[in-house]
Design a protein around this ligand. Structure first.
Ligand code: IPE
Ligand code: IPE
Ligand code: MG
Length: 256
């Protein structure tokens, strides 16, 4: 039986896109005298819990930062363990994704992944591409700067080939060259484990996201706390650089 939803969670005002920096697996394990890898294993259960909670309440997009460009610098044993955990996750979750109408999208420099994982990732993306109930964006081997650089390179090439006029490049043209093209910007960014930084995650898409940081370590982050983050989001006032009154006037003007 799914647990009851908190009464003060307003399902009519959910963020359309929630992005999560899933941090603190290593500390979770170390505090228990376990190896860091045990923390990553346990973190998988949190992924499942948050995906299911999002699907249940109707979040459209959920982005999960699973492995950063910088994480390649970790000890080989830990990197290998993370890669095989990811592979196992894809294999065990495919039927759930199909059953729950979840589409998987992968962003990042996937060419650096072990070939078998690359193949599984591509197969999962293909198999789920027509699912419509929710999109899970898996950021793996992803770096926000690297993504901006590859977009700039592709744009420069398009300009050199005469396919694009540099004068006409604006923010939306640029965004269309990012690996996150077509995905709305996150409304809410959650980071677990208390760190107050972006760590090279979605640099461009996070421009106006609300940020929620909790000290809870990722393996302990489950649906109850996810709902708390959504409730906190619903108490924010998003101004996008405007003043509130102006925003209200705009809303009235649009509504008319
Ligand atoms: C997050 O947990 C998972 C990845 C970065 C892959 P960490 O492994 O960063 O855990 P801490 O931050 O060292 O506790
Ligand atoms: C960010 O966490 C990357 C992921 C959660 C995948 P890190 O643990 O790598 O970030 P830093 O080193 O604390 O900034
Ligand atoms: Mg960390």
């Amino acid at each position: 039986m799914p647990r009851p939803l908190p009464e003060n969670l307003d399902l009519s005002r959910l963020p359309r896109h929630v992005a999560i920096i899933m941090d603190g697996n290593g500390r979770w394990a170390q505090r228990r005298g376990l190896s860091r890898i045990e923390g990553h294993k346990r973190g998988k259960d949190s992924v499942r819990a948050v995906v299911e909670a999002s699907r249940r309440i109707g979040i459209e997009y959920l982005s999960l930062f699973a492995f950063s460009t910088e994480n390649w610098e970790r000890p080989r044993r830990e990197v290998d363990a993370l890669m095989s955990l990811l592979q196992r996750y894809l294999r065990t979750e495919l039927h759930r994704m199909m059953k729950n109408g979840i589409r998987l999208v992968a962003v990042g420099d996937l060419r650096r992944l072990p070939p078998r994982l690359q193949a599984d990732l591509e197969a999962t993306v293909q198999a789920t591409r027509n699912n419509r109930d929710m999109t899970v964006v898996l950021a793996v081997s992803y770096g926000g700067r690297e993504d901006i650089v590859q977009a700039a390179r592709a744009l420069a090439q398009a300009a050199r080939d005469g396919r694009i006029d540099p004068e006409r490049i604006d923010a939306s043209t640029f965004a269309a060259y990012l690996s996150t093209a077509g995905i709305p910007d996150p409304d809410l960014l959650i980071r677990t484990s208390g760190e107050l930084r972006i760590s090279n995650f979605f640099l461009w898409p996070l421009a106006y996201s609300e940020i929620y940081v909790t000290d809870t370590l990722w393996p302990d982050f489950r649906e109850a706390e996810f709902y708390q983050a959504l409730i906190a989001y619903q108490q924010r006032e998003r101004r996008f650089g405007r003043v509130p009154a102006e925003r209200e006037r705009e809303r009235l003007r649009v509504a008319r």
